[in-house]
Ligand binder design. Structure first.
Ligand code: PEP
Ligand code: MN
Length: 244
C-alpha cells in the first residue's frame, strides 16, 4: 500500500490524533454546542458526526440525512475543525464531498461487503479525500486489509485504519470485543499505516473509555475516535457510550 503519513495531510505531528463528536448529528444546536465544548478542550483536531446511521433495527433513528451536512460545514466554519462523516454508498460520497466534508470513514457494517467498499472506492477515485477504514464487524483481518487495498487502489494514499472491536455472541464486558491481536497484526504487516482506536464502540459505555484509550496508547496507536455529545443522556443513538 502507498501511504501518506498522517502529519503530511493533517499538518500536525501531535500525538495522539483526537477525533470526537456525536454518534449522530441530531440538530444544529446539538452539533454547535458539542463542537463548542470540544473546541474548549483545545486537543480535538477532527469533528465527527454520523449523518446516515446503519442501525440494527429499522425503527431506530437512522440519521438526520443530508441537512446534517450543512451543520457539519457550520461546525468547520465556526470552530476550524476538520470534519468527518461515515459513507456507505456512492450517493453518500457525492453529497459529503459536495458539502465539503474533509474526511470520510467507512463503517464496520460496510467494510464486510466488498461490493459496497468497491462502490465507495469508485466514487472517490480522482479525489484526494482522506479515508478512514474501520475494521469489519467480524474478526477477519483479510477483509479489513482488502477494504484498505480497494480504497488505496482508487488512488487514495491519505488512508488510516480504525480499530472498533469485533461483534461476538459471547457474553462480554465489551460491546465489541477488542481482540487486540488483530490490530497488532495489522500494525506489524503495515507499519506505515496509521491505526486509530475507537474506544466508544469497543466499550459501549463511558466507564470503559479511559482504560481502552490507555491500552491503545500503550500499543502506540496513532490516535483515538471518541464519541461525545453535549447532553449524552438524551442522545438518539449510542447514548451509553457518549461522553460530555
Ligand atoms: C459510528 O462510528 O457511529 C459507527 C456506526 O461505527 P461502527 O461502524 O464502528 O459501528
Ligand atoms: Mn455510534
Amino acid at each position: 500500500m502507498q501511504i501518506t503519513p498522517l502529519q503530511d495531510w493533517l499538518h500536525t505531528v501531535e500525538k495522539p490524533l483526537l477525533i470526537s463528536g456525536p454518534c449522530s448529528a441530531e440538530s444544529k444546536e446539538q452539533m454547535l454546542e458539542t463542537a463548542a465544548q470540544l473546541a474548549e478542550t483545545g486537543i480535538v483536531k477532527i469533528f465527527r458526526a454520523g449523518i446516515w446511521k446503519p442501525r440494527t433495527r429499522p425503527d431506530s433513528f437512522e440519521g438526520i440525512g443530508t441537512k446534517g451536512l450543512v451543520w457539519l460545514r457550520e461546525v468547520k466554519e465556526q470552530f476550524g475543525f476538520l470534519t468527518a462523516t461515515e459513507v456507505a454508498n456512492a450517493q453518500h460520497v457525492k453529497e459529503a464531498i459536495a458539502q465539503q466534508v474533509d474526511i470520510l470513514w467507512i463503517g464496520a457494517r460496510t467494510v464486510v461487503n466488498p461490493f459496497s467498499v468497491q462502490e465507495i472506492a469508485d466514487a472517490i477515485k480522482d479525489t484526494d479525500i482522506p479515508v478512514l477504514v474501520k475494521n469489519p464487524i467480524n474478526p477477519d483481518l483479510q477483509l479489513w486489509i482488502g477494504a484498505l487495498e480497494r480504497i488505496n487502489k482508487a488512488g487514495i494514499t491519505k488512508i488510516a485504519a480504525i480499530h472498533r472491536g469485533f461483534s461476538s455472541h459471547e457474553h462480554s464486558a465489551y460491546r465489541n470485543i477488542p481482540m487486540w491481536e488483530i490490530p497488532i497484526e495489522l500494525m506489524r504487516l503495515y507499519p506505515d499505516l496509521p491505526l486509530l482506536c475507537d474506544p466508544s464502540h469497543i466499550g459501549g459505555n463511558r466507564e470503559l473509555l479511559a482504560p481502552i484509550s490507555q491500552q491503545a496508547m500503550d500499543l502506540n496507536m496513532a490516535g483515538l475516535m471518541l464519541e461525545s455529545h453535549c447532553n449524552p443522556d438524551v442522545a438518539l443513538s449510542d447514548k451509553h457510550q457518549q461522553n460530555k
